[in-house]
Design a protein around this ligand. Sequence first.
Ligand SMILES: Nc1nc2c(ncn2[C@@H]2O[C@H](COP(=O)(O)OP(=O)(O)OP(=O)(O)O)[C@@H](O)[C@H]2O)c(=O)[nH]1
Length: 347
Amino acid sequence: MALCVILAAVAVFNYGKVHQIQGDLAKRRLLEVSLQDLIVQSTALHHLGNQHAYETKLGLETRGYSSPQELLNQLAARLAVIETINTHSGLTESAASLREHLIAMDQQLEKFGKPDPQRIEFWLIELGIFNTTLKKHAQSADEKVNALQRNNLILTLIVLVHSVSFVSLTLWRQSNLRKRFAVELLHLSNQARSDPLTGLLNRRGWQDLSSAYLRKMQRENQRQGSVAIIDIDYFKQYNDTYGHEAGDMRLREFAETLRTNFRPGDLIARVGGEEFAVLLPNCTADDTQRIVDRIRLNGNCKVGFSAGICDITHADSIDRTMAQADHALYQAKNKGRNRSCLGQVSG
Ligand SMILES: Nc1nc2c(ncn2[C@@H]2O[C@H](COP(=O)(O)OP(=O)(O)OP(=O)(O)O)[C@@H](O)[C@H]2O)c(=O)[nH]1
């Protein structure tokens, strides 16, 4: 970024220089035009050196001058313009020399009625030198402007490439940060919804997802679905006999048993210490009871448990369904445990 700023500053400086040189160029054009005028007017000078007065007169008249003095006056006026515009020292010297010749010609004209032909030659030679010097100056100024413009183009391209790269990099970093943030957020929200001991949903996850399931069922007008609340029997006794760590191990094993015996689409959660809840979409309470009993009676299940099961067909909230299933669980416990009971759905 710092490099970009430096390059941009150099480019601005260069533009300033180009601007200044272009101002000089405008002055040069004016100088060139004035010099061309001077060259054109100087062709009449030849006639001032003529032997015959009538040739001089004719030569001057055909170029629009009424007298030799008028021609010299015109030359003096053009030279004054050149002297005013001129800024280069080399050209100033030539202009001064031209002025000297002009003064000498003027004096000769006054004294002898016409300037010395040799002086006229000197004037023309000096004019040629002035012209050549001006062209050289013009060429070097053009080269300078071209070089500066080329440098500026390169600088502009570098600044542009840097700026585009900088903006792209910033956008890429931002999008990466956003993605990481989203993943982090998802991870945190998953953590907040899962039970660290068993990896199943916790009570909060159960609340969120079972309510969402229920809303989906109502939206799609599904008529079937059930909830089972499963509670391990005499778990306090197990804990007291084998210790809390062994109890944890049993809970993990039990969670795994539930995970393998229910379908992937069923919602399984640990909603209390040794209490689990399962939501089975598209499954009636009778079918759920059959599944639950099969698990209960299966030799792989190392703990006994009781279950309360309830249909959610007509339920308007998950809490109401849970209350019914809980009531059925209470009955199962009361009837001696290690069994399942169906709950009645009211309304
Ligand atoms: N190891 C372990 N035990 C837990 C955990 N959470 C709750 N418990 C224990 O589970 C036991 C539950 O006891 P109770 O509510 O009396 O239930 P129970 O002994 O299973 O009796 P019933 O349900 O009536 O058959 C208590 O001893 C709790 O300390 C846990 O995360 N790990």
